[in-house]
Design a protein around this ligand. Structure first.
Ligand code: ZN
Length: 136
């Protein structure tokens, strides 16, 4: 496990959230990306080593729509970068963590990712992410 790669924030209105965080960070979003499989549009902002991923649902079955329905807008997940996601998943599994994906999947911003269930991490959804190469 390396550094925190980004913090994911569930939002209702991506345009407005981009403005808000654009002012907060003093920089504009550098990338907007749709992740069809998750039913989300993501937008990324960076300030030095800090990175925020804003997530807006594209349909009512999206995990983000369900999250906002239950808890309202707010921090959705914390993502850690890893060098080898396969070995980290193996390690976490062996230690009894509940991993939500059988194998890593393609995420936003050129990453392969997996999620660890909040029940395994004191109520926080954890994302592991690795820079994408050709190893998926
Ligand atoms: Zn994320």
């Amino acid at each position: 496990m390396q550094k925190i790669e980004h913090i994911g924030i569930a939002v209702k209105d991506l345009d407005r959230a981009e403005e808000t965080y654009g002012v907060l960070f003093g920089s504009k979003p550098y990338k907007r990306e749709s992740v069809e499989s998750e039913g989300v549009i993501t937008s990324f902002l960076r300030n030095g080593p800090n990175k925020i991923e804003l997530l807006q649902a594209t349909n009512e079955n999206s995990p983000i729509a369900k999250f906002i329905e239950k808890k309202g807008e707010g921090i959705h997940h914390i993502a850690f970068s890893v060098v080898d996601i396969y070995s980290e998943m193996e390690r976490m599994r062996k230690d009894g963590f509940r991993i939500l994906n059988d194998k890593p999947k393609i995420g936003a911003d050129n990453k392969i990712i997996c999620f660890i269930h909040p029940k395994s991490a004191n109520g926080v959804l954890i994302e592991l992410c690795q820079e994408r190469a050709d190893n998926i």
